[in-house]
Design a binder for this molecule. Structure first.
Ligand SMILES: O=C(CO)[C@H](O)[C@H](O)COP(=O)(O)O
Ligand SMILES: [Fe+2]
Length: 208
């Protein structure tokens, strides 16, 4: 299982050092919140752009925005590789996927815990990845919702080749459940950035 540390849990007074501290991880996860789709505000494309030269890891950008389509080009310019937005957003899903493809990024869709997995089915053929939320989006440090792994199993059964990511509450214990459910990539914020040995923690989360 790949690990994508979430910069939401990093020390914002030394973000650059935090990026270098997770150099051994597979991807870097960047949470973008608009204070409308979720009740929190994080950071925007300028911060993503500033961090881009510090690592060669893929940038996995998670948009928690009511209107993601209007920001797609900005995140492409900032250096995003994979761009995830939510199926519950207010924009047209097909048009937003087309805009992500037009900008040369890999398209991905996410869903909140309360949204049935069937909501993603019409779009699976166009997706590089699906991001299954294992907490309510908006904040780090929440408790993992194990029942959400049913969605991973349903997606895996329907599309064996689809890349599946989970996000929220991943730690040593819940990472083992994710690996058993067939998760390809796990986002981990709090567990990675609060670890005394970050490199070792990433290895344990991977299951190595
Ligand atoms: O999208 C997110 C929150 O909406 C974050 O990526 C997620 O919560 C990671 O933080 P933690 O590992 O601390 O749960
Ligand atoms: Fe996220």
């Amino acid at each position: 299982m790949k690990i994508a540390p979430s910069m939401l849990a990093s020390d914002y007074t030394r973000m650059g050092e935090c990026v270098r501290a997770v150099q051994d991880a597979d991807w870097l996860h960047l949470d973008i919140m608009d204070g409308h789709f979720v009740p929190n505000i994080s950071f925007g494309p300028d911060v993503v752009h500033a961090l881009r030269p510090l690592t060669d890891r893929p940038f996995d950008v998670h948009l928690m925005l009511s209107h993601p389509k209007r920001y797609v080009q900005k995140f492409a310019d900032a250096g995003a590789d994979i761009l995830t937005f939510h199926v519950e957003c207010e924009d047209d899903i097909e048009e937003t996927l087309a805009e992500i493809e037009r900008c040369g990024m890999k398209p991905s869709l996410s869903l909140k815990p309360g949204t049935p997995v069937e909501a993603l089915f019409p779009y699976l053929d166009r997706l590089y990845m699906v991001l299954v939320m294992t907490v309510e989006p908006g904040f780090g440090g929440q408790k993992f919702m194990p029942e959400q792994l049913e969605k991973v199993r349903a997606l895996r059964a329907r599309r064996p080749e689809l890349l599946i990511e989970v996000d929220g509450g991943v730690n040593r214990e819940t990472a083992a459940a994710c690996r058993a459910a067939g998760v390809d990539v796990a986002v981990a914020g709090t567990s990675v950035f609060r670890a005394t040995d970050i490199t070792e923690e990433i290895r344990i989360l991977r299951g190595e």
